[in-house]
Design a protein around this ligand. Structure first.
Ligand code: ADP
Length: 324
């Protein structure tokens, strides 16, 4: 390994910059050359590279987003696109690749390796925490902190006006953000795709808490929840059955993906970058770097893509008890 390329791909997440910094500095530490690829796979196809050194990544550990930009590339899904990317890397003298992204990006990386035998290593960067092989993805902890800060503020209004709030949070098909932020922010109900509580039970729960003296409620809803209603339909449904409820909806949206990474995400990113580069140096390829039981571990990309991250049943129970 003489020259490593690093890119960020798919949805951005806080901590991506800290991971780029770590990859670049680990290369510098081992006297290997490193190039940053702009705009993910699209920039790889177009040869949008920049030679980097330890000083190129100053002042970014604390910044959200990604200085290398991210993109979704249709061209990389075609054999011609991947061939063009390979040619560009070869011409630049690059012999290994670190991809910071989600499972879509890993699928592309794996295909790229299969076609050209190009060594690749993945770092999981997504706020959704929906990737198999790691307890935490980069950006997840920051997003959770952002979400509970927002819900705390909504709580002020909810309790001042005796309102019921449905708060939609991100997470794609996974309920990790909803469940953890829901417990952290003290939500009364948490609706996640992994567990369909049903509309009837939701109403019962709200009625019960009213009877026991609760005057306002926060319900956290995962965007991928399968109760069959989005937050606006939920509001309508509850109002139909309880015209006396004062219901409001808040969709938190993209604020969840931004902001300065938490200390946890910065440390995780630093550890993942070191592990990714040093694994390539050991001759390994086609793995994703992850953290399990506070140890850095490698998971074959194939497994990371196909596996699913499980919801914590103990935490589900805690959520239920806390809503008493
Ligand atoms: P994420 O990595 O966050 O899951 P995407 O699913 O959008 O985000 O994937 C990011 C990029 O990875 C895509 O724009 C595409 O260039 C590449 N990619 C995704 N799936 C494939 C695939 N099946 N084959 C080749 N490239 C892919």
């Amino acid at each position: 390994v003489k020259k490593i390329a690093v890119l960020t791909s798919g949805g951005d997440a806080p901590g991506m910059n800290a991971a780029i910094r770590s990859v670049v500095r680990t290369c510098a530490y081992h006297n290997i050359e490193v190039v940053g690829v702009y705009r993910g796979y699209q920039g790889m196809i177009e040869g949008d590279f920049e030679e980097m050194n330890a000083r190129s990544v100053r002042d970014i550990i604390n910044r959200g987003g990604t200085i290398l930009k991210s993109a979704r590339s249709k061209d990389f899904k075609t054999p011609e696109g991947r061939k063009a990317a390979y040619e560009k890397l070869k011409a630049a003298g690059v012999d290994s690749l670190v991809v910071i992204g989600g499972d879509g990006s890993f699928t592309g990386a794996l295909l790229f390796n299969k076609e050209f035998g190009f060594p690749v290593m993945g770092i999981p960067g997504t706020i959704d925490n929906d990737i198999y092989g790691t307890d935490f993805t980069l950006g997840y902890d920051t997003a959770l902190n952002t979400v509970i800060e927002a819900i705390d503020k909504i709580r002020d209004t909810a309790s001042s006006h005796n309102r019921l709030f449905f708060i939609e949070v991100m997470g794609r098909d996974a309920g990790h953000i909803a469940l953890n932020s829901g417990v952290g922010a003290g939500a009364e109900e948490i609706l996640i795709p992994e567990e369909n509580i049903g509309l009837k039970k939701l109403l019962e729960s709200l009625e019960k808490s009213r009877r026991t003296g609760k005057t306002s409620s926060l319900v956290v809803v995962a965007e991928g929840d399968k109760i069959g209603k989005n937050v606006f339909e939920l509001k309508e449904y509850v109002e139909q059955h309880h015209p006396d409820y004062d219901v409001r909806v808040s969709v938190l949206g993209h604020m969840q993906r931004g902001g300065a990474p938490s200390c946890f995400d910065r440390v995780l990113a630093s550890r993942m970058g070191v592990k990714a580069v040093e694994s390539l140096l050991e001759g390994k390829s086609n793995y994703m770097v992850g953290i399990r039981n506070n140890k850095m571990e490698l998971t074959p990309l194939e497994k990371a893509i196909k596996g699913s991250s499980k919801i914590d049943t103990e935490l589900l129970r805690v959520a239920e008890i806390m809503a008493t």
